[in-house]
Design a protein around this ligand. Structure first.
Ligand code: GLN
Length: 480
C-alpha cells in the first residue's frame, strides 16, 4: 500500500498545498487500494473511478492557481444514502439498487464546493437500519481490524468505518439515527461524530427516521472530523428542521479547552454489569487520565436510560414506516406489476425491501395504528421528553458526559443477526443522545490485550458541538 494513504486529511492538505503530492496521484492510490481490497472488505457499493480522477485533475489545477477550497483534492467516501447527482444512490437496498438521483444532497454539495473528491459510495445497513452492516443488499462488510476473525465493522455505517480503518479513503460522510456513526467508529478505532440535530441539512439524505436522522462525519482524527463538519454544516432552507444558528469555527478552536476544572459527568446507568469488563477498564483508564490532568469527575444519573432502547424502537420504526411509504413502485425504485394497483404496491414493496426493513415497517405501522397509537407512540414520545430532560438536568452541573460508546467489543458477523433483541440492545448507549438530539462523538481510547479497539463516547449539550470536539481532541492527544 502507498504510505500516502495513511495520512490524515490535515496532513494530506499540507502536502497538497506544497505540491509535495498531487491529488491525481493520491486519488489513483486510493482507487487502487479500494479495488485491491473490495472483494474481501466490501466497503464500497459503487466506485467512482472516472469522476474521482476528473475531480482530482480539477483540484490540482485549482491548487496551482491558488484557488483551493478547504478540502481541495482530498479523497472522501460517501455513505450510500447521500444523494449524489448522476451517481447511483442505493441506501444498500434492492429497492434503490438502480436509482440515480437527479440532484445532490446539501452536505455532499458543500464538500464538493470546497474541493473534496468522491471516491465512491460506501456500504451500509439497508436504509441505515442495523448495527452490523449485515442488512445490506450488497453483502456484509468485514472489519479490517483482525480481518481473519470475520468481525462486523459495526453499523449502519459499516462501509465508512471499514474504508477508513483500511485506508481506502481519508474521511467519510455518514449518518446517525441511533448510533450509526459512533458504534462503527468504536469498532474500527476511528473517530465518529454526530452533531447536534439540525446542525447539518438532511436535504438529499435518504430518510430513515426524520426526527432522529443526522448527518455525521468519520475520520482518522478529531481534526479531520471537525474540518469536514465545519464545511458541511449550516442552515439550509431546503430542510425546515435545519437550525438557523451560526456555524462556529470548529477547527481553529479545537485546542481551546482547558482540561483543568473541566467537569465530566459519569452516568451510573452507562457503567452497568452488562458492559464488557474490558470495555469498562479502558474507559475507566481514560477517565483517570482526565482526572490526573485536572478534570473534575462527577457521578451523575440519567434515570430514564433504561427506557431508551424501547422508546427508540417505537419512534424510529414509526417514522420509518411513514417515510418508506413513498416506495410504492410508482415513481422510482423497484416495480413489480400486480393484478391491480394494490397488488402492484404490495409486490413492489415485497420485492424491494429486505427483511429488517420489513420488520420495522410492520412494527411502525402497528404502533401507529388507531388502536395502539396512544399506548405505544404517544407514550414513547412522552418518555423521549423525559430522556431529553435527564440530559438537560445533567448539563446544569457538568460540561460534558463520558461513557462507553457501546457495551461490547466488535462481534462476529452472523453472531447476532438471528436475534433482533440482542442486536437492538447493542444500541443502549447511543440511542438516548439521538432521542435528545445532542452532539456526541466516539473517539479511539485504546485496545484490549487481544487488540480490539474501544471508543470513548463524549456527549455535550445541544449546540455545544465545539466543546464535544475539543474534549475529544484532548482524549485523542492522550493516546499519543
Ligand atoms: N442500530 C440502530 C438501528 O438499527 C441505529 C441505526 C442508525 O443510527 N442509523 O436503528
Amino acid at each position: 500500500m502507498n504510505d500516502i494513504l495513511k495520512l490524515t486529511i490535515t496532513e494530506l492538505i499540507e502536502k497538497l498545498k506544497t505540491r509535495e503530492v498531487r491529488s491525481v496521484d493520491v486519488t489513483k492510490a486510493a482507487l487502487e487500494r479500494i479495488k485491491e481490497r473490495n472483494d474481501s472488505i466490501n466497503a464500497y457499493i459503487t466506485i467512482c473511478e472516472e469522476e474521482a480522477l476528473k475531480q482530482a485533475a480539477i483540484s490540482d489545477q485549482k491548487l496551482d492557481d491558488g484557488e483551493a477550497g478547504l478540502l481541495e483534492g482530498v479523497p472522501l467516501g460517501i455513505k450510500d444514502l447521500f444523494c449524489t447527482k448522476g451517481i447511483k444512490t442505493t441506501a444498500a437496498s434492492k429497492m434503490l439498487a438502480e436509482f440515480i438521483p437527479p440532484y445532490e444532497s446539501t452536505v455532499t454539495q458543500k464538500l464538493l464546493d470546497q474541493g473534496a473528491i468522491f471516491l465512491g459510495k460506501l456500504n451500509m445497513d439497508q436504509y441505515a437500519m442495523g448495527g452490523s452492516g449485515e442488512t445490506s443488499f450488497f453483502g456484509n462488510t468485514v472489519n479490517p481490524i483482525k480481518q481473519e476473525e470475520n468481525l462486523t465493522a459495526g453499523g449502519s455505517s459499516s462501509g465508512s468505518a471499514a474504508a477508513l480503518a483500511d485506508f481506502q479513503c481519508f474521511g467519510a460522510t455518514v449518518s446517525d439515527t441511533g448510533g450509526s456513526v459512533r458504534q462503527p467508529a468504536s469498532f474500527t478505532n476511528t473517530v465518529g461524530f454526530r452533531p447536534t440535530y439540525g446542525r447539518c441539512s438532511r436535504f438529499g439524505m435518504v430518510s430513515f427516521a426524520s426526527s432522529l436522522d443526522q448527518a455525521g462525519f468519520m475520520a482518522r482524527s478529531v481534526e479531520d472530523t471537525a474540518l469536514m463538519f465545519q464545511v458541511a454544516s449550516g442552515y439550509d432552507e431546503k430542510d425546515s428542521t435545519s437550525a438557523d444558528v451560526a456555524v462556529e469555527d470548529y477547527t481553529s478552536t479545537l485546542n481551546d479547552m482547558n482540561v483543568k476544572g473541566l467537569k465530566i459527568g459519569l452516568p451510573k446507568e452507562y457503567f452497568i454489569d452488562g458492559v464488557d469488563p474490558k470495555v469498562k477498564a479502558i474507559i475507566n483508564a481514560k477517565v483517570e487520565e482526565f482526572k490526573a490532568a485536572g478534570a473534575q469527575i462527577i457521578d451523575i444519573s440519567l434515570p430514564h436510560t433504561k427506557y431508551a432502547v424501547p422508546t427508540y424502537y417505537i419512534v424510529a420504526p414509526a417514522e420509518a414506516a411513514a417515510n418508506l411509504s413513498r416506495y410504492d413502485g410508482m415513481r422510482y425504485g423497484v416495480r413489480v406489476e400486480g393484478e391491480n394497483l394494490d397488488d402492484t404496491y404490495a409486490k413492489s414493496r415485497s420485492a424491494g425491501f429486505g427483511w429488517e426493513v420489513k420488520r420495522r415497517v410492520m412494527v411502525g405501522n402497528y404502533v401507529l395504528s388507531s388502536g395502539y397509537y396512544d399506548a405505544y407512540y404517544t407514550k414513547a414520545q412522552k418518555v423521549r421528553n423525559l430522556i431529553s430532560q435527564d440530559f438537560h438536568n445533567a448539563f446544569e452541573s457538568v460540561d460534558v458526559i463520558f461513557a462507553p460508546t457501546t457495551p461490547e467489543l466488535p462481534f462476529a458477523l452472523g453472531g447476532k443477526i438471528d436475534d433482533p433483541i440482542a442486536m437492538y440492545l447493542c444500541d443502549i448507549f447511543t440511542v438516548s443522545s439521538a432521542l435528545a438530539g445532542i452532539p456526541c462523538i466516539s473517539v479511539p481510547s485504546g485496545h484490549t490485550a487481544e487488540g480490539y479497539p474501544v471508543g470513548l463516547q463524549i456527549l455535550g449539550k445541544a449546540f455545544d458541538d465545539a466543546k464535544v470536539l475539543q474534549a475529544a481532541k484532548i482524549a485523542q492527544d492522550m493516546n499519543k
